[in-house]
Design a protein around this ligand. Structure first.
Ligand SMILES: *[C@@H]1O[C@H](CO)[C@@H](O)[C@H](O)[C@H]1NC(C)=O
Ligand SMILES: *[C@@H]1O[C@H](CO)[C@@H](O)[C@H](O)[C@H]1NC(C)=O
Ligand SMILES: *[C@@H]1O[C@H](CO)[C@@H](O)[C@H](O)[C@H]1NC(C)=O
Ligand SMILES: *[C@@H]1O[C@H](CO)[C@@H](O)[C@H](O)[C@H]1NC(C)=O
Ligand SMILES: *[C@@H]1O[C@H](CO)[C@@H](O)[C@H](O)[C@H]1NC(C)=O
Ligand SMILES: *[C@@H]1O[C@H](CO)[C@@H](O)[C@H](O)[C@H]1NC(C)=O
Length: 402
């Protein structure tokens, strides 16, 4: 009986010992697993194109490590590739780097930081990165998805569309961004409403264009035909892109200046009046001297031609003056319907189109020659002016032809 009891006790103790051991082993396992763990920058890490970046991989609780008894390997899987390629490896005194020039600072490694330094990130560098650490006898690994982005550079500019009914286009351009998806909207603040409100009328967005480096450009047009109630309206172009921490907004205020337009108006009207009065006086003098001789006719015609030419030149100067001002105004975003070529507020005094001006100037000398031949012929018949006068006239007419 006693023998039996002793045997049972032995059995029990063996079983107990086993249990104890297995618990210990389990605990040790847990300890091992808890000791070596790496931390990455979450599931994905967003980096900017062309920057020198750090892909995080840190040992939790950052222990002080003897780098001689550890190893680190970084792998990369980019694009459509199915396999991982080795980017960097270090163990013992052995170090291996790939052509990409990625590296891990050994000084940081001693402090448990195995982060990878990747110089001048390109769009092709996007993909999965895996960090594998061995601190004998333990092992740990972590991976992260690297997302490469480029921030849009946005800009407002202005364009006068000669083709499109001389409308003004305000362009909001965003350039060199990546990835392709972008959202450009327009908002408007008016004196009456005093809130920025989104609107979509008269807005067109161009097709996206790709740059050589793989980034994109896009332009959104706002077609404007400002009227008096638009004075003081603020227009805003709002750009949203995944690479931006907040939205980008660019705005400009429309300030109308009708007074300055009127000034140029009065100037041109005044000039026309002066010229017309001059012509009337000439005509009057001409009609008063009843005994008209042909050479007087010719002189009068020539004077008239000069006056018309002068008028044309002055007119073109008047027309061009506001045009050049328009482009210098661009930056301030003000000025009423920026006078575009030929767009005079009063249609009745609209100048002739440049094509018409060229035509009439070309035709003019031909008519003059015809007239002069005719005149000289009549002069001979008339026996009008003295020899001296005739000489003077021929001299001046040859001068004209030159
Ligand atoms: C990236 O690092 C290189 C040297 O490794 C340096 O010349 C360059 O200016 C750095 N570029 C940026 C954007 O920090
Ligand atoms: C904005 O666009 C205009 C016209 O395209 C250009 O002249 C100007 O240099 C641009 N400004 C910036 C800061 O890019
Ligand atoms: C995109 O915009 C940039 C900056 O404005 C310009 O230098 C580049 O030429 C543009 N690319 C295309 C394809 O138009
Ligand atoms: C663009 O932004 C507007 C307003 O923020 C939003 O209503 C619209 O859905 C966005 N469009 C896209 C394609 O994200
Ligand atoms: C849009 O443009 C047309 C023609 O330029 C104009 O008649 C209309 O008033 C514009 N609409 C708005 C809301 O500005
Ligand atoms: C437009 O507003 C500006 C100031 O906001 C003012 O100086 C200008 O006279 C206004 N123009 C018209 C036509 O009322």
């Amino acid at each position: 009986m006693a023998k039996r009891a002793a045997g049972r006790m032995r059995w029990d103790s063996v079983w107990l010992l086993r249990l104890l051991m297995s618990v210990l082993v389990l605990e040790r396992f847990q300890l091992v697993a808890g000791l070596l763990q790496v931390e990455m920058a979450g599931r994905t890490q967003m980096v900017f194109l062309n920057e020198n970046v750090t892909i995080f991989c840190k040992i939790r609780d950052s222990p002080h490590l003897d780098i001689k008894s550890m190893g680190i390997t970084w792998f990369q899987k980019t694009g459509k590739s199915e396999t991982y390629t080795k980017l960097f490896q270090y163990f013992g005194n052995y170090r291996e780097t790939s052509q990409r020039g990625a590296w891990v600072s050994l000084r940081s490694l001693q402090k448990g930081d195995a982060s990878l330094q990747l110089p001048r990130v390109q769009l092709e560098d996007a993909g999965e990165y895996r960090c594998e650490l061995v601190v004998t006898p333990q092992k740990a690994q972590g991976s992260v998805w690297l997302k490469v982005v480029a921030q849009p550079v946005s800009n407002l500019s202005e364009q006068v569309m000669v083709k499109d009914n001389k409308d003004r286009h305000i362009l909001c351009t965003s350039s060199r961004f990546y990835p392709e998806h972008i959202n450009i909207t327009w908002k408007k603040w008016t004196q009456n409403d005093r809130h920025f409100r989104e609107f979509s009328k008269n807005i067109t967005t161009d097709h996206i264009v790709k740059n050589e480096d793989g980034t994109f450009n896009i332009t959104s047009h706002l077609r404007l035909k400002p009227s008096l109630e638009d004075n003081g309206t603020i227009y805003q172009c709002v750009v949203w892109h995944v690479s931006l921490p907040t939205i980008q907004s660019l705005d400009f205020q429309l300030i109308l200046h009708p007074e300055s337009e009127k000034k140029t108006d009065w100037l041109s009207i005044g000039m026309i009046v002066v010229i017309i009065i001059g012509l009337i006086i000439l005509l009057y003098i001409f009609l008063k001297t009843r005994s008209v001789k042909c050479w007087k006719w010719c002189l009068l015609k020539r004077v008239c031609a000069h006056v018309v030419q002068l008028f044309m030149t002055l007119w073109s100067v008047v027309c061009q003056a506001p045009l050049s001002m328009e482009f210098s105004k661009q930056e301030h975003w003000n000025g009423l319907p920026f006078p575009s070529p030929g767009a005079f507020p009063n249609p009745e005094i609209e100048p002739k189109s440049p094509a018409f001006q060229v035509d009439s100037l070309l035709l003019e000398p031909l008519g003059k020659l015809e007239d002069e031949r005719h005149c000289k012929q009549r002069l001979l018949e008339d026996k009008g002016p003295s020899k001296l006068e005739l000489d003077q006239m021929t001299a001046s007419s040859t001068h004209q032809q030159i």
